[in-house]
Each structure stands twice: as C-alpha cells, then as structure tokens.
Design a protein around this ligand. Structure first.
Ligand SMILES: [Fe+2]
Length: 320
C-alpha cells in the first residue's frame, strides 16, 4: 500500500484511475478515522509501525480468483507495454499467477536481489510511517484483495495494486535505490512543509511514469500497470500530454485522482530518475513556492513535448 499523502488510489479502468492525496485534500485524518471505525487499525496484532503479519488464512477462494483474473489480464496486456525491467521483475520474483502471493516467499527473492522487503499493512498509514518504511527498504503493501465487483475501480490501493504494481520494479537496483531515496526525501519534506511538491514527484513517476526505450514508450508506473484501461490509454490515446521528465516541472504540476491522467512524464532511464533525486530539495522547494502551479493538463513554455494531448474526454472536475 502506499501512504495517503502519496498514493491513495482509486484505480479505475474505464473512468478513473488513481488515488487521493489526502495531504492536500485534507482527507488523511478522515481516512484514518474511517479505518479506525472499521476496526482496521484496532487489530491487537497491529504493530507500532502499522504492520501486521500477512493473514494468509483470511484469503478466501474469491480473493484468489480475483487475483488470478487480474494477474492474467494484466500480464498479457503488459507484453509490449510495460518496460523490460518490470516484466523481468515479475518473472524473477516468480510471483504467483493463480493465488494471492505469500509476501514471505516474495521477500526471499527481493531480499536477495536488492535488500527490499514487503511488509503487510491493513490500510492507509500516516505519511511519516510510510516514508520511514521506504527509507529502510520496506514496502508497505495492503494485504486485502478488492472484491469481484471492483476489478476495474477501487478507491484505495489493495494487494493487487501494491504487490503486482509496485513490487516487480523493486528488484531493479536503480529503481530500488530511487524508492529508498524517496522515503528519506519524504521525511525531510515533511519537516519542510513540502509534501505537496514531493507527492507530485511520486505521483508522476512511481505511480504514473512512462519510460522511453529503444522499442518505444513503455510503462513503469504502478498505477498504470495495475489498471487495464490506463495501460492502453497512457500509451495509445491522443488525449493526454506526454512530456519529458523534469523534476522542477513535475513538482509544480497538479494531477487527477478521479480520472486517467492528463499528462504523463517520460523518463529516459531509471538512472535519470535517481540522479534527479540526489540534490537537496530544500532550496528547490523554496524557489518553487514562488512559482504558480500548473493544471494537470497544461503545457508549459519549457516543456519537452513528445505528444501534445488533444484533451478529448477530459472532465472538468478539479485537479489536486
Ligand atoms: Fe501505489
């Protein structure tokens, strides 16, 4: 799972994709409250870092069937669409296709490859808890599966999004380092009141990033690879903008939590992504505070535009 500020997701296939961003929408407290009320956070086995033992005994045959259906659908959809690093990660991990995976078994491979681990969480976790996990190479994943009627639309990230979407790339050494650096950066940004800007970076890379390869544009963002509809839209539709990656630009760009994205940012390599997170962001945050934000679908003067979206089908509702 991802934390609220970064990535509360509504993955939709046909209409909406992603996530809420309670850090700016002010719903973090509400969401956590909801979880408390639902008893999700009052489980006596909940540890202080919001993790639990993955309750394997609680998965039903329906949960496994939903996993199986989503896995097969996406694994086939993503051939020729997801980047090689993602597809290789899926294979190297030996992620189960027919049952919800046991995190412990995936962790054996992950630990050997990059020292990352998946930790099970019952739902959303507070920002700083999330960052602390990432900074220590632990990826918090929701243990529960969406219901059969939620195959294409879900408001919060479930096990399929978190594990199928996020974990394969953690086996890539450079991306693995980027995620850890992001966690460390999050802890700093929280102290600087800059989570809104850093959240945009997560959004437009980890969740909705595209990468340029010799074979053409490919997907690496978890929000896309776990969504059938957005796997097609992000690459093939004339509607969204596709713009070259630029940290400053991304940190000024608002985004959509209720529809597919209006703009995708395209990296040239994971090394480019990691290098961009090396500098201390404190001066950048300060400088960017003085600049206006950009709407999710706006193009800017300095953009390296790979494709200017025609905006077809964009809804008028507000950007985050
Ligand atoms: Fe996510």
């Amino acid at each position: 799972m991802d934390n609220l500020a970064m990535d509360t997701v509504a993955f939709s296939d046909d209409t909406a994709a992603p996530a809420a961003s309670p850090a700016f929408s002010g719903t973090l407290t509400d969401k956590l409250k909801e979880q408390f009320e639902a008893g999700l956070l009052s489980d006596p086995s909940l540890r202080p870092d919001f993790t639990i033992e993955q309750p394997l005994h609680r998965y039903t045959e329906t949960d496994h069937a939903v996993w199986r259906q989503l896995y097969h659908r996406q694994a086939s959809m993503l051939q020729g669409r997801a980047c090689d690093e993602f597809l290789r990660g899926l294979q190297t991990l030996g992620m189960e296709a027919d049952r919800v995976p046991d995190f412990g078994r995936l962790n054996e491979q992950l630990m050997r490859a990059t020292g990352w681990q998946i930790v099970a969480v019952p739902g959303l976790v507070p920002d700083e808890v999330f960052f602390e996990h990432l900074a220590n190479r632990r990826f918090p994943a929701s243990w529960w599966m969406r219901k059969p009627e939620q195959l294409d639309y879900l408001q919060e990230p479930d096990c399929f999004h978190d594990v199928f979407g996020h974990v394969p790339l953690l086996i890539d050494p450079v991306f693995a380092d980027y995620m850890q650096a992001y966690g460390k950066g999050g802890l700093k940004a929280a102290g600087l009141g800059a989570l809104d800007m850093l959240a945009r970076l997560y959004w437009y890379t980890v969740e909705f990033g595209l990468i340029r390869t010799d074979k053409g544009l490919r997907i690496y963002g978890a929000g896309i690879v776990s969504s059938q509809g957005e796997s097609v839209y992000s690459l093939d539709s004339a509607s969204p903008n596709r713009v070259g990656f630029d940290v400053r630009r991304i940190m000024r760009t608002r985004y959509r939590i209720d529809t597919f994205q209006k703009t995708y940012f395209v990296i040239d390599s994971f090394a480019q992504l990691f290098d961009a997170t090396r500098p201390d962001f404190a001066p950048l945050y300060q400088a960017l505070r003085a600049e206006p934000t950009l709407g999710a679908g706006e193009l800017d003067a300095g953009d390296r535009v790979l494709h200017a979206g025609d905006g077809s089908g964009w809804s008028d509702s507000a950007d985050i």
